[in-house]
Design a protein around this ligand. Structure first.
Ligand code: S3P
Length: 187
């Protein structure tokens, strides 16, 4: 298997949690690219988007992934930002750099997970929700996530492996997903 490993997927799909569990199982380092972005540029991804706009953010995010890929380590688990694969040729770049795993969830589950993990630091989800019609925030978010995920799915599904999340919302889901990826890496 080509290394490093890149976890991709929609916001709140558990890339960071799964990445940490997986890295621990393997004894490899884990890098959250949103955190690396903050260290490199001094802004959280959310603050950067709010201050400089989406186009500027995507350029910096691309540069951040490129910078990390130059590090002389192969055995690393990366969690990418949710929109990273869907900009320009980023998905092709990921496929050249290593092996990608798409953490696939249904819009209903992602909507619940987004509220559980918080939307304040996710301007893409929050503004997307606010732009929708609906009686409640949950309804608006679901409308947004359905539409937005449908736009991104074709790119995400180009990943080397697609990992379907369990249908239930349970604390052990991230552990189950990490175990599936672990087995693939070990095989
Ligand atoms: C984004 C997802 C975020 C972050 C930025 C944009 C997106 O990362 O990179 O706010 O466009 O889906 P997470 O997937 O870790 O929330």
């Amino acid at each position: 298997m080509e290394l490093p490993v890149y976890l991709i997927g929609y916001m709140a799909s558990g890339k960071t949690t799964v990445g940490k569990i997986l890295a621990k199982k393997l004894g490899w380092p884990f890098v959250d690219i949103d955190d690396a972005f903050e260290e490199l540029y001094g802004y959280t991804t959310g603050d950067y988007i709010r201050k400089f706009g989406m186009e500027a953010f995507r350029k910096k995010e691309k540069a951040c992934v490129e910078t990390l890929s130059e590090l002389p380590v192969q055995k690393v688990i990366y969690a990418t930002g949710g929109g990273y694969p869907c900009w320009e040729d980023n998905m092709e770049c990921l496929k050249e750099l290593g092996t990608s795993f798409y953490l696939r969830w249904k819009p209903e589950q992602l909507t619940r997970r987004l509220f559980l993990s918080g939307i304040e630091h996710r301007p893409v989800a929050k503004d997307g929700m606010l732009a929708q019609q609906g009686a409640t925030d949950e309804e608006k978010m679901l409308t947004f996530v359905r539409q937005h995920l449908a736009e991104r799915a074709e790119i995400y599904e180009q990943a080397d492996y697609i990992i379907d999340a369990p249908d239930t919302l349970h604390d052990s889901n991230d552990e189950i997903i990490a175990e599936q990826i672990y087995r693939i890496i070990q095989s």
